[in-house]
Design a protein around this ligand. Structure first.
Ligand code: ZN
Length: 471
């Protein structure tokens, strides 16, 4: 039992800052009361708190940790934000009578503990906005799906920033483009040192998240970007890149893509060498975008768990970019993890046309080079962000895909790979990364427990990073 301590100078009475909503889950006991309130909460339950505006006479809290500081220490175990609502997970039986005080130091420690959970998104394409449109992701934008404020609002601590080079950049041009994107990332890291930091290990992710910063984990999208040269791959590793999809939307010289006519029957001998070199270096082999045969070839060669960073279920939306149940079983046997893609056609068969249009735009060949090629790519990026496809997909479709993946592969092999800023039409209810708490709500309603949610939201990816990239 924890008794409320006397109110101190910097304390905010709970009753003036918050309206208690409801506890989620069976067996809760949580009477709402006035200024002198009594609250009895059982461990393991969630409470939703609604923030009052200062106009209501309440204390506005600026962010989650601020909110946490204003809540009695015993409840500061787990917090997330959804609009003006804050979710708090209770870890201890709390009995409190009278006004509650604020113990900042203690609350910060508890908040830090929850941050170590490090929710991970296995794929975002936001760097092209920095490179092409010069957008500063340190600010909140109305366009696109991800920026640092929205990552914070969504509770996502460690996104995989994809250095996505369209397949019409070939050979040396693809290397140049990848370096340009890496430079854009560097700009973001240096411009917002206090908010975002490069993560190259699992320990980095935990440490950076604990410091209340965004942990940027770097990936390369498309094996064509190594220009058939393992030395380039090794230099990408030196630049802090820790993952690569073997292909993007077209075949390259050593691997077949899911969205092209196969020419290699999977991986060539050099393709197998690439997988082995990635294993040796400690880079995640990412099998999103590859053909089924390339997937099985890579699984045969790899000595480490793989990832499928941003794909969904073919059983629910039958597109080649998604995976079959058999691939999921194989992934589970390998010890890997799949990040569920939120993109419209990935999760809802009625939106497949929009997805195919995206893929076509990305794969149309061009003979341009240098600045003209950059301009061509810039035009593409603007088109992607200029049109917001009307979608049938909803947040519940995404939850259905997670359910299916968990049913087939098991809870230890499923994560999130939103593909935000890489798809033109995210689902209704999940329009950008700040909406992640709504997905968590949906999963809670479907009966996922605390431990299961932690796995889906980051622990599974973290485990694979630890095993492959290093502690
Ligand atoms: Zn992709």
């Amino acid at each position: 039992m924890v008794r409320a301590r006397p109110t101190r100078k910097d304390a905010a009475p709970l009753s003036s800052g918050f309206v208690f909503g409801r506890a989620i889950g069976p067996g809760w006991l949580f009477p709402r009361s006035g200024i002198h309130h009594l609250w009895i909460v059982l461990p393991g339950l969630d409470i939703l708190l609604r923030r009052r505006s200062p106009a209501d006479g309440g204390h506005a809290c600026s962010d989650l940790s601020d909110c946490c500081r204003r809540i009695h220490r015993s409840t500061c175990a787990f917090v997330s934000q959804h609009g003006d609502r804050f979710r708090v997970r209770v870890v201890a039986l709390v009995l409190s009578l009278g006004e509650c005080d604020v113990d900042r130091r203690h609350c910060q420690t508890r908040a830090g503990r929850s941050r170590r959970d490090a929710p991970i998104d296995g794929h975002i394409d936001s760097l092209q906005r920095v490179l092409v449109m010069g957008e500063d992701l340190g600010k909140r934008w109305d366009v696109g799906h991800v920026d640092i404020p929205r990552l914070r609002a969504g509770g996502v601590r460690a996104p995989f920033f994809a250095l996505w080079t369209p397949v019409y950049f070939e050979g040396a041009e693809a290397v140049r483009r990848t370096l340009d994107l890496r430079d854009a990332m560097q700009w973001l890291l240096e411009e917002h040192r206090d908010q975002i930091e490069l993560a190259t290990t699992a320990a980095d992710i935990k440490r950076i998240a604990k410091a209340n910063k965004i942990a940027a984990f770097l990936t390369v999208e498309g094996g064509h970007t190594i220009a058939d040269d393992l030395r380039v791959l090794r230099m990408y590793y030196q630049l802090g890149i820790r993952s690569m999809t073997l292909t993007h939307s077209k075949n390259n010289n050593w691997a077949d893509s899911a969205t092209d006519t196969p020419v290699h029957n999977g991986l060539t001998d050099f393709g197998r060498e690439v997988v082995r070199e990635m294993n040796r270096l400690g880079m995640l082999v990412d099998l999103s975008h590859v053909s089924d045969k390339t997937f099985y070839d890579a699984i045969e060669v790899t000595s480490k768990p793989v990832i499928i960073s941003h794909s969904s279920m073919r059983a629910l939306s039958n597109v080649p970019r998604n995976v079959t149940d058999e691939m999921l079983w194989t992934l589970a046997k390998n010890g890997g993890v799949i990040g569920i893609n939120f993109g419209e056609g990935f999760v809802n068969p009625n939106d497949v046309e929009a997805l195919n249009a995206d893929i076509k735009r990305e794969t149309d060949a061009t003979s341009l080079t240098g600045r003209a090629l950059d301009d061509h790519a810039a035009e593409d990026v603007r088109k992607l962000f200029g049109t917001r496809a009307k979608v049938a997909a909803t947040i519940e479709d995404v939850a259905d895909h997670i359910d299916h993946a968990v049913r087939i592969a098991g809870i230890d092999h499923v994560g999130i790979g939103s593909d935000f800023d890489g798809v033109s039409g995210p689902p209704i209810g999940l329009e950008d990364i700040s909406k992640m708490p709504a997905l968590v709500d949906s999963l809670l309603k479907r009966g996922y427990g605390k431990r299961d949610l932690k796995k889906i939201l980051g622990d599974n990816f973290l485990r694979v990073i630890r095993e492959v990239v290093g502690k």
